[in-house]
Design a protein. Structure first.
Length: 62
């Protein structure tokens, strides 16, 4: 192999490693953001009423 090919290959692998690290960090931040969003959605769901039958039965009169 020529010296210039070795340096070119090494530089290419270094760029690939950096890109991989950046993508991993971005993925972690995205997953953390989604986790926070889902947690806030779950916390915004109102609690069930004290009487569990309220809101679960439909009375139909014909």
């Amino acid at each position: 192999m020529d010296v210039s090919q070795i340096t070119s290959t090494a530089s290419g692998l270094d760029n690939l490693d950096l890109g991989s690290k950046v993508n991993t960090i971005l993925l972690k931040k995205t997953l953390d953001n989604q986790q926070e969003t889902i947690a806030s959605i779950i916390n915004s769901v109102p609690a069930l009423p004290s009487n569990p039958a309220i809101g679960r039965n439909i009375n139909i009169t014909v």
